[in-house]
Design a protein around this ligand. Structure first.
Ligand code: HEC
Length: 202
């Protein structure tokens, strides 16, 4: 660039100033095209084109997971939990710890965790009254036949739940087992005394 001082002493540029060496490099353009293509391809493949039916009513992956149908065993325990909270938790407490002077605990209870479920099924079917020892503590109250209105599947579900909640771990109770005990108990409305219940096979 030649610049000569003019007569007035100001420097006059002969040529217009131009930017040099600033052109967008070819590789960058190519990279952007590739990204654009991949983006469009990804959106096309997975975006669902913002169709409401694709997204509603879920707002996140966690939401979707929450509403997925559970596998067989989980579904039974989930059903049992709902029933427990509706019909047993009032006395036995949602955490299974029981309530002072109202109901003994189910968490850790030898009556709940017994290897066999024959006695356990009888308790909510006809009720329980009289002195009972649970985890080394004596209670003497009575429980009505809280499970008599349940279909076999539901009584099985709630008992399966209490055998597998709050750290309890025991086999689940099946509807067939409930049905069998109910057939044996047919017609009985008299609650068990715990001592009498102990005479039944475990
Ligand atoms: C109105 C209060 C009440 C409700 C509701 C109730 N129970 Fe009980 N439950 C008791 C009482 C009280 C005892 C102790 C009875 C006794 O002293 O002989 C008991 C005892 C038990 C026992 C044996 C003792 C133990 O702690 O392991 C089991 C098992 C049991 N209940 C299960 C259930 C289930 C399952 C339900 C719901 C279907 C339920 N109960 C609902 C009050 C209740």
């Amino acid at each position: 660039m030649n610049a000569e001082p003019s007569q007035s002493g100001r420097v006059v540029l002969e040529t217009e100033p131009t930017a040099t060496g600033l052109t967008v490099p070819m590789w960058l353009i190519a990279a952007m095209l590739v990204l654009l293509f991949l983006g469009a391809w990804y959106f096309d493949a997975r975006g669902g084109w913002f169709e409401a039916k694709v997204y509603e009513p879920y707002h996140s992956v966690a939401d979707v997971a929450r509403f997925q149908p559970r596998s067989g065993g989980d579904a039974v325990l989930l059903r049992g939990k709902v029933l427990y909270e509706q019909n047993c938790a009032l006395c036995h407490n949602p955490d299974g710890m029981g309530k002072l002077a109202q109901a003994p605990p189910l968490a850790g209870s030898e009556w709940v965790l017994a290897a066999g479920v024959n006695r356990l099924i009888r308790i909510p079917q006809v009720g329980l009254a009289g002195p009972i020892e649970v985890k080394g503590q004596l209670w003497n109250l009575n429980m009505a036949a809280m499970g008599v209105m349940y279909p076999d599947e539901d009584l099985a579900a709630v008992l399966s739940y209490i055998r597998n909640a709050w750290g309890n771990k025991a086999s689940v109770v099946t509807a067939e087992q409930v049905k069998k005990v109910r057939t044996e108990l047919a017609g009985r409305s008299q609650p068990y005394a715990p001592d009498e219940l102990k005479k039944e096979a475990e």
